[in-house]
Design a protein around this ligand. Structure first.
Ligand code: ADP
Length: 470
C-alpha cells in the first residue's frame, strides 16, 4: 500500500513523539519517586533517632520518666503518627504513648505471627502501609537499661503534605504529557505539511510538463534547501526542454528555408528554359551549377555533422608549430580581407608546439575567418591572437563587425541557426559552419566560447588544455 509523504512523515513524527514522551515520563517518574522515597526514609530515620535521643535524655535511672517528659513523648508520638513504648530489662512497660497503635499491632501480630516485623532497623516494604516496629536499646551511662519500641505504619513516612506533593507531581506529569503531545502534534502537522506540500506542487508541475506544457514553472519558495534545489532543477529542466522544443521547430523551418532557396532558383530557371523565355546559355548553366553546388555542400556539411556527433571523428594527429600555422593561415586570408578594404592582423605567441589534427585546426580557423569576413563592414578589422593562459592555450578571433545580439548568442552553435541580420545580408551561409567548428574543437579536446555585442563586434575564443602542447 502506498501512503502519501505527508502521512508518512506525520506518522513517523507521531511515533517518535509518543515513544520519547512515554520513555521520558517513565524514567523521570521512577527516578523522582525513588529519590523522594529515599529522602522520606532519611527524614523518618532522623526523626526516630531524635526521639530515641530525647527518650534517653529524659530517662532517669531512679525515677523513670517525669510527667513533663511523658507528656512531651505523647505529643511527639501523636505529632509524628508513631507508637512509642519503653520497657525496662525485665520487660515491664515504663512508658506507652497510647493504645491505638498497640491494638493494631496486636491484630497484625495475631495475623502474621509474633516478631515478624520486629527486627531492629528492618525497613523493608516501607511504603506498603503495613504496621512495623523498630526496637532501639535504651542506654543510660553506657549501659543498656531497657528497650525503646517505635511503631508506625509504612505510609506514615508519607505525611499528608508529601502525599500531596507526589500527587501534584504525578498530575504535572500527566498535564505536561498532554501539553507536549498536543504541541508536538501541531508541530508534526505543520512540519509534514511544510515538506509535503511543496513536493506535491513540484510533482504537479512535472506532470504538467509531461502533458506537454513546457511553459509551466514551479514558483515555490521553501526554506528547505533540498526542496528549493529540486524546484530550481525542475524549472531548469522545463526551460531546457522549452528551448530544445523551440530550437527543434526553428531547425525544421531553417532547414526548409536553406533547401528551398536553391531549389526555387533552379525551378524558376528551368521553367523559364522550358517555356522558351530563356535561351540555354553557359551563364544560365553556371547559375544551375552554383545552386546545385550549394545544395550538395549543404548535404555534405549535414553528413559531416552527424558523423562528428554520432561516432566522433578519427583524429589524424601530428606534431606541428601552432604559432607559425596560425600566422600562415592569417597570411592566406589577407588578400580576401583586403578586397573588402578590411584588415587582418595576427598577435601570436611564438613557438607553441602542439600535437593535434592540423586539418581540423585549418578548418576551424577557416570557418571563423570566413564568418568574420562575411560579417565585417567596410574598413573592418580582424585580429587573430594566440597566447597561453594558466594551463590553457587560447586562440581568439576578434572582429568589429555587425556583432551578435544577446538573444542569438546561446544558439549560435546550433545547426542552421542564423541571426536575422545575417540572413538579410545574404552571405550564402547555411548556419552549419559554427556547428561544425564546435564539433571539431571539442573532438580535439577544446572548448569554444563566443562574446559579442550587436554593432560592436564578436570575439570567438577557443581554449585547449596545455596537455596538447609538446
Ligand atoms: P553561416 O553559414 O550562416 O555563417 P555559421 O554557423 O558559421 O553559419 O554562423 C551562424 C550564425 O552566427 C551566422 O548566421 C551569423 O548570424 C552568426 N555569426 C557567426 N560569426 C559571426 C561574426 N563574426 N559576426 C557576426 N555574426 C556572426
Amino acid at each position: 500500500m502506498k501512503i502519501t509523504l505527508g502521512k508518512k512523515l506525520a506518522l513517523g513524527f507521531f511515533i517518535a513523539l509518543m515513544g520519547s514522551l512515554i520513555i521520558t515520563g517513565i524514567i523521570s517518574n521512577l527516578r523522582i519517586s525513588n529519590e523522594f522515597s529515599k529522602y522520606l526514609v532519611d527524614e523518618h530515620n532522623t526523626r526516630i533517632n531524635e526521639i530515641v535521643k530525647f527518650i534517653e535524655d529524659s530517662y532517669n535511672k531512679d525515677n523513670g520518666f517525669s510527667g513533663d517528659s511523658q507528656e512531651a513523648m505523647v505529643r511527639n508520638a501523636n505529632m509524628n503518627e508513631l507508637y512509642i513504648e519503653v520497657r525496662d530489662n525485665s520487660g515491664s512497660i515504663l512508658f506507652s504513648s497510647g493504645t491505638t497503635y498497640m491494638q493494631h499491632k496486636n491484630m497484625m501480630n495475631s495475623m502474621m505471627g509474633e516478631g515478624k516485623n520486629g527486627m531492629m532497623g528492618n525497613l523493608s516494604s516501607i511504603n506498603s502501609g503495613e504496621y512495623k516496629e523498630e526496637k532501639h536499646e535504651l542506654t543510660k551511662d553506657n549501659s543498656v537499661v531497657g528497650t525503646i519500641i517505635i511503631g508506625y505504619y509504612g505510609s506514615s513516612y508519607f505525611s499528608s503534605n508529601s502525599l500531596a506533593f507526589i500527587n501534584n507531581l504525578n498530575q504535572s506529569f500527566i498535564i505536561s504529557f498532554f501539553i507536549t503531545l498536543i504541541f508536538g502534534l501541531l508541530i508534526t502537522f505543520f512540519l509534514s505539511r511544510q515538506i509535503a506540500s511543496p513536493l506535491e506542487k513540484i510533482t504537479k508541475t512535472a506532470s504538467e510538463m509531461r502533458m506537454g506544457n513546457l511553459k509551466v514553472r514551479s514558483n515555490i519558495k521553501s526554506n528547505t534547501k533540498e526542496i528549493e534545489e529540486l524546484a530550481c532543477s525542475i524549472n531548469y529542466l522545463a526551460e531546457t526542454l522549452q528551448n530544445q522544443e523551440e530550437l527543434r521547430k526553428r531547425l525544421t523551418s531553417d532547414m526548409a528555408h536553406e533547401i528551398r532557396t536553391p531549389l526555387t532558383t533552379l525551378k524558376t530557371h528551368v521553367e523559364a528554359l522550358i517555356d522558351g523565355i530563356w535561351e540555354p546559355s553557359k551563364e544560365r548553366f553556371q547559375v544551375f551549377y552554383e545552386e546545385l553546388d550549394r545544395l550538395s555542400k549543404l548535404v555534405n556539411n549535414l553528413r559531416n555533422i552527424s558523423k562528428l556527433e554520432q561516432a566522433g571523428i578519427t583524429l589524424n594527429k601530428s606534431k606541428f608549430n601552432l604559432s607559425s600555422e596560425i600566422a600562415n593561415i592569417v597570411d592566406t586570408f589577407k588578400p580576401i580581407f583586403m578586397r573588402k578594404n578590411c584588415m587582418i592582423t595576427a598577435e601570436v605567441a611564438e613557438n607553441i608546439i602542439v600535437y593535434m589534427d592540423k586539418d581540423n585546426l585549418k578548418q576551424i580557423l577557416h570557418n571563423l575567418l570566413s564568418n568574420a569576413n562575411n560579417y565585417l563592414e567596410i574598413n573592418g578589422r580582424v585580429k587573430v591572437s594566440l597566447f597561453e593562459k594558466k594551463d590553457h592555450i587560447i586562440i581568439e578571433v576578434e572582429d568589429n563587425g555587425i556583432g551578435i545580439s544577446e538573444k542569438d548568442l546561446p544558439y549560435i552553435f546550433e545547426r542552421f541557426y542564423r541571426s536575422d541580420i545575417s540572413r538579410d545580408k545574404n552571405t550564402g551561409g547555411s548556419g552549419l559552419g559554427l556547428t561544425i567548428t564546435k564539433s571539431l574543437v571539442e573532438a580535439n579536446g577544446g572548448k569554444i566560447r563566443v562574446k559579442g555585442k550587436i554593432g560592436e563586434g564578436t570575439v570567438f575564443s577557443i581554449s585547449f588544455p596545455k596537455n596538447i602542447c609538446l
